[in-house]
Design a protein around this ligand. Structure first.
Ligand code: SAM
Length: 272
C-alpha cells in the first residue's frame, strides 16, 4: 500500500466498526497512565485504529500485540510502524481471536469500538487465559453499568464484578474523538482477581438465573423469577426469604453476593 492510499483510509472511518479515533493527547495519556505500565509489560491492544494509542504503548511497554479487524487499517499500521520492533499487528476479529497465543502475564489497554465493548470485555474476563488488568474506553453508560452498586445493578455489572474490581478513572468528551461520537465515554480500569469472587459449579446456570431476574426487571423478584422457572411465585418467595433477601426487591437491588446466595438456594431446591 502506498502512503497516499494509507492516508485515504485514515480519512474514511467506518461507522460499522465503531471507528471514532481518539485524537486528544491528554486523554490518550490518561488511558496509558491508568494502565500503570512497566517496561517489562506485555500489552494487548484491541482495535489500534490509526495507531495513536499504539505509539504510546510501544514507547512504554516491552511488547504490544495489536488486534485490528479492519484490513485497510492493518495495512496503514504496518506501514506506519515498519521500524518499530516491539509491535505485532494481527488482522483479526477480537471476538474470535485465540488470545492464548499471548504469553501471560499481559495487560489489555484499548479504546474499544462501542458496538462490541461488552462482548470483548466479557470474552477476556471469562476466559482461562485472563489478563492481569484491563484499561478500556467505553460508552459512559456502559462504564457506569460496569461499576454499578445495589439499586443500579445490571447483568453487565454482575458479569464484570465477578472477575474484577472495576473503577471509572475519567470521562472523555465527544470533542476528543474524530469523528465525534454522539455520546460521552469513560475510561474504566479493571484489576482482575486471581479467582472469581464466587465459586460457581455452573456459570451458565448462574447467569440464566440472573437473566431470569432481569427479564421483568420492574417486577419484584418472585414474580420476575417465576416467569422463567416451573415453580409457584409463593415457593420462590419463601426460598428468597430463607436466604435473608427481601422478596419485595427488584433485580437491580441485588449484588453479586445476593445472587450467589440465590443461586445456591435455587440449586438446593432443584429450581434450576
Ligand atoms: N485505538 C484507536 C484510537 O484510540 O483512536 C481506535 C479506536 S476505535 C474506537 C475502535 C477500533 O476497533 C477501530 O480501529 C476498529 O476498526 C476496531 N475494531 C472494531 N471492531 C473490532 C473487532 N471486532 N476486533 C478488532 N478490532 C475491531
Amino acid at each position: 500500500m502506498t502512503n497516499m492510499q494509507a492516508s485515504e483510509d485514515y480519512r474514511k472511518p467506518k461507522k460499522s466498526l465503531g471507528q471514532n479515533f481518539l485524537v486528544s493527547q491528554k486523554d490518550l495519556n490518561k488511558i496509558v497512565n491508568a494502565a500503570d505500565l512497566k517496561p517489562s509489560d506485555t500489552v494487548v491492544e484491541i482495535g489500534p485504529g490509526t495507531g495513536l494509542l499504539t505509539k504510546i504503548l510501544t514507547d512504554r511497554a516491552k511488547s504490544v500485540v495489536a488486534v485490528e479487524k479492519d484490513e485497510h487499517l492493518v495495512n496503514f499500521l504496518e506501514h506506519k510502524f515498519q521500524d518499530v520492533d516491539n509491535l505485532k499487528i494481527i488482522n483479526c476479529d477480537a471476538l474470535t481471536w485465540d488470545h492464548s497465543v499471548v504469553t501471560k502475564p499481559y495487560k489489555i489497554v484499548a479504546n474499544l469500538p462501542y458496538y462490541a465493548a461488552n462482548p470483548i470485555v466479557r470474552k477476556f474476563l471469562e476466559s482461562i487465559h485472563k489478563p492481569d488488568s484491563l484499561v478500556v474506553t467505553v460508552q459512559k453508560e456502559v462504564a457506569e453499568s460496569m461499576v454499578a452498586v445495589k439499586g443500579k445493578m445490571r447483568t453487565l455489572s454482575l458479569a464484570v464484578q465477578l472477575y474484577c474490581m472495576p473503577e471509572i478513572v475519567a470521562y472523555i468528551k465527544p470533542d476528543s474523538f474524530r469523528p465525534k461520537p454522539k455520546v460521552m465515554s469513560a475510561i474504566v480500569k479493571m484489576l482482575v482477581y486471581n479467582e472469581p469472587l464466587l465459586q460457581l459449579k455452573d456459570k451458565d446456570i448462574f447467569f440464566s438465573l440472573i437473566k431470569a431476574g432481569f427479564v421483568s426487571a420492574r417486577k419484584q423478584l418472585p414474580n420476575s423469577l417465576s416467569n422463567s422457572y416451573d415453580v409457584s411465585t409463593q415457593f420462590i418467595k419463601t426460598v428468597i426469604e430463607d436466604v435473608g433477601i427481601d422478596p419485595k426487591l427488584r433485580a437491580q437491588s441485588l449484588d453479586l453476593s445476593d445472587w450467589g446466595k440465590l443461586y445456591l438456594a435455587f440449586r438446593r431446591n432443584k429450581i434450576c
